[in-house]
Every structure is written in structure tokens, then in C-alpha cells.
Ligand binder design. Sequence first.
Ligand SMILES: [Zn+2]
Length: 322
Amino acid sequence: MSAEPSFLHLLHAAEREGCRFTRAQVASWDPADLERFERLGVLKRIDGSIADCPDCEIGHVGEVHVSIDGAGRQRRHLACPLHGRVEVTADSCSEWVVAPAALAGAVALAFDTAGKPRPVGQGVWKLGRCKLGDSSREVVLLLNASAAGEVALATHVGQSGRAIVVTPVHEPDGRIWHGAVPAVILLSDLATLQSDGISIDPLEVLDRVRCADAAAERKSLLPTDPQVKKTVLAQQVNAVITNLGRNEACVAAYKSLGSYRKAADHLTERTGSPYSKDMVRRAVLEAGGPDAVLELADSGGALRRVASQARDRAKRIAQSGN
Ligand SMILES: [Zn+2]
């Protein structure tokens, strides 16, 4: 999937501030495309300062001079080397510029982001968050291929590598990122122009994001990486959560089966990780003992007691440390 020539021209222009299309340039496009760009608002027609000479077969471009005639009307002329002063129409002087806000809006629609696109400086646009699988990612668009634009982009994307970075055509320099490298989507690569806007294949986006995530993960396992400390911390937090989950599972299984051994066998079979009857017994005792657990059947109270006991223990540890 690649962009139509006219769309590709638009994307190239979107990265270069002050870039204009002349009447002659847009004349090479499918007229329906220009109409579509104007309707979507991504290209805006302005009063230009150059025009094609209407009197020359080979077509040269001349600078347009505007004057007011005796009747008060605006007249436009250019200086032709063959014909001298040649009048041109206002329409032939039209030029087109990219409207960044409209383009950012069209890209945001393509990603179906929640929130309104907003410029944060140097051609960087925050488009809001898009849903991706069962999580969401921030989408950041860069409409500025200069080094200053890329530096601003990296600052707004941060270190996590979780954002989805979108640029029209160029791939940002790989050295700009502060931490993990985010997924980069080039519109010239993945976007197509439709009658009602821009569309981007969500499966391709998902694929790019998965690749970026996998690369970041591989990198974070290297011992020299500054991310490693963060990873170890995350693993420790996960271990605590897993333990809490195991206790709750033990209590729930004991509640429904009424036996430590049966509960342990059931959990081992269901989860694929080993549970012993002693583990179940400990969990049940922590939850207030067998009688309390069985009495509280299905009220959810046992789980609350587990949680509050855990808090009490934490408090006692904190107090004893003083
Ligand atoms: Zn001429």
C-alpha cells in the first residue's frame, strides 16, 4: 500500500514549512484529488505571487505584479521575455499550502483517537490516545522534517517508547530518542487517501507497535541498559501482585471445595503452576481460618479481610521498624 502521487506530494509538502504548490504543479494531479484536498481542508488555496505565462507554448513561470485599473479592479500581469507585459487571471495565480491543523485532524480521525489534536510546538502535534488491542497509546504527529522538529518530537514522546509516532514521509533520526524507541508510522507507507479522509490499516499499525515493543523489551534485558533498574522494579511489583492473587485463589478454591488438598489439586490443574495444601492452609489461616472463610461464602468478605490483614501487617512492620 503506497500513497497516490498527489497525496505523496502533499505529504512531502507537509514536512516543509512554507512549501507551496503552484497552479502548474496541481495541474499534473487528478482534478478530483485537488477537490478532495480542498474539501478535507488539508490544502488551502491562497493568492499566489507567480503564474504560468498564458501566451507561451513552452510555458515559463513569471512573477505576478498586481495593479489597480481605472475602474478600481485588480489586474495581474507578468513580464514575458517574448511577449512583454502579459495579463493573467487571478485563478492562474492561485497557490496551495498545507493546513497543518486540518491534516492533524485527518490523521487523528484515521487513528480514531480520543481527544482533540493540539500543537505543542516545532510542528509536533499530540493527536490524543488511540485504542490498540486492550490498551491505548498516545499518537504524536510530526509535521517538520528539520532537526529542531525531531528534537521537539523526542522530548514530547519521552522515554517509555509507548507512543505511536507518525510522520508524513521521513523517518526520524534514530539517535534522537531518550529511551525506548517508539513505533514510527510513515503516512507515505501506510496511509491511503479516501473520498472522506485518510485511512490507515490498523493491522499494520498494530504490527509496527508490536515490533517496537519487542525491540524495546530485548534492549531492556541488556545489563548495560539504564532501563534495567526499572525492569527489575517492575518484576518485583509483579511478584507481589502474583502472590496476592495466589492467596485469593487459594481461599476461593477452599471456599468452594472445603478441603486444603482438593483446593490445591484443583488450582494446580487449573493454573499449571504448583499449589500445595500447605499453601492453601496458610492462605485460609491468613484470611481468618477455615470457619471464617466458609461462613463468609460468596460475600467477598474473605478477600477484604485478606487485604486488610495485609495492610495491618505492613503497618506493624512499619511500626516495629521505628
Ligand atoms: Zn511568456
